[in-house]
Write a new protein. Structure first.
Ligand code: SAH
Ligand code: SF4
Length: 371
């Protein structure tokens, strides 16, 4: 029998679980404190719990639903990529990003979490897309990426995680219910939904469902193109949910949540970096009252696509207008940056071939016109 993942329970559920077994409910808070602390060696090290309770926990629950296979630091230790494995043997990655305090700001600790092992969408510029979907992660497996990060920050006395971005492996809205449960659970670990960003390639019905949910999480839309012909090729889900419907959903989400949406735009040299696209992007952002994050593309294995020069990125940003910010994703050297997450998994050969064919067509005729 698979053990019960402690991180799948809310605080109240853990209290009830304990009471049902004849233990006082307040033990829940003791256990949960241990789950955030550095150097915890599992139940054996929970010295303030009675031996019998420790034995029961050991027998029927799992301290963490993830095993850490490797941790790679970059950016002078400000970014750490964790390679993790689920109980079912699926590999995934999470990235810990430390923003040190600056004058006027207290510093933040952001965990970039995966919602799936692999991804089914197959965006042409993304390493995860080449893996295909290996598995949906459970809410506990999503939460445990944050708790594992919390223990590592605690080891350096850096404080608790403050923000979570669902920008690791996977399309969060294709794993809707586990992702929503995880966002709810994270609130009890000190991360309210307004400090969670859910990034999506654009599943319109699920965006609308999320708007109704009333969670209050922030939404980022991975736009990457301003016309359907190009977006169909970069982000294949666009064939089902074209740009106009996506922007409409973004506008409705913003209205329902009272939070501004972000449009993400990975800049790819010679593909989506022309001045016409920049102007259109500025108009689209204005129409949804949103902000634009321009992300110079990180190179990925097996692809010739590259970012424009830094000067060209700045020019593009200027044309988009005041709503645009250039974001360099952190951790390049540890290949921890956006889109580079592929665990230690090999691409799925037939899938990679299909994506490469799309890439070749893009480079030869970026606008989608033959010739
Ligand atoms: N599947 C979701 C969330 C995970 S991807 C989504 O697509 O939004 C998180 C972000 O990383 C997305 O905006 C994605 O477009 C971006 N990304 C993917 N590959 C990238 C690359 N090679 N360089 C820079 N950003 C990339
Ligand atoms: Fe999936 Fe997002 Fe990568 Fe596209 S960019 S393949 S949706 S993880």
């Amino acid at each position: 029998m698979t053990p019960l993942a402690l991180s799948s329970l809310s605080r109240e559920e853990l209290r009830r679980w304990l009471e049902a077994r004849g233990h006082p409910a307040y033990r829940a808070d003791q256990i949960r404190r241990h789950m955030l602390r550095a150097g915890e060696g599992g139940f054996a090290s929970m010295g303030d719990l009675p031996l019998q309770l420790r034995a029961e926990l050991e027998q029927s629950t799992a301290w963490s639903s993830l095993e850490v296979l490797a941790a790679t630091a970059a950016d002078r230790g400000l970014t750490t990529k964790l390679l993790l494995r689920t109980g079912a043997g699926h590999e995934l990655e999470a990235v810990m990003i430390t923003h040190p305090p600056r004058s006027g700001s207290r510093g933040r600790r952001t965990v970039c979490v995966s919602s799936q092992a692999g991804c089914a969408i197959g965006c042409v510029f993304c390493a995860t897309g080449r893996l295909g979907l290996r598995a949906n992660l459970t809410a506990a497996e999503i939460v445990d990426q944050v708790l594992e990060s919390a223990r590592r920050w605690d080891a350096e006395s850096l404080g608790r995680p403050t923000n979570v971005v669902l920008m690791g492996m996977g399309e969060p809205l294709q794993n809707y219910s586990e992702v929503v449960s995880a966002i709810r659970l994270l609130h009890e670990w000190g991360i309210p939904p307004r400090q969670v960003v859910l990034s999506t390639s654009g599943l319109v019905p699920e965006i609308m469902r999320l708007a109704q949910e009333g969670l209050g999480a922030r939404l980022a839309i991975s736009l990457h193109a301003t016309d359907d012909q190009l977006r169909d090729r970069l982000v294949p889900i666009n064939r089902r949910f074209p740009i106009a419907s996506l922007l409409d959903a973004a506008r409705k989400y913003a209205a329902a949540s009272g939070r501004r949406v972000t449009l993400e735009y990975v800049l790819i040299r010679g593909v989506n970096d022309d001045s016409g696209a920049a102007r259109k992007l500025g108009q689209m952002a204005a129409a949804v009252h949103g902000h634009v994050n321009l992300i110079p593309m990180n190179p990925i294995p097996g692809s010739d696509l590259r970012a424009p020069s830094p000067a060209a990125c700045r020019e593009f940003a200027a044309l988009v207008g005041p709503r645009a910010t250039i974001r360099h994703s952190r951790g390049d050297r540890a290949t921890a940056a956006c889109g580079q997450l592929r665990a230690s998994l090999a691409a799925e050969p037939r899938r990679e071939k299909r994506i490469l064919a799309r890439e070749l067509a893009l480079v030869e005729s970026p606008s989608g016109q033959p010739g």
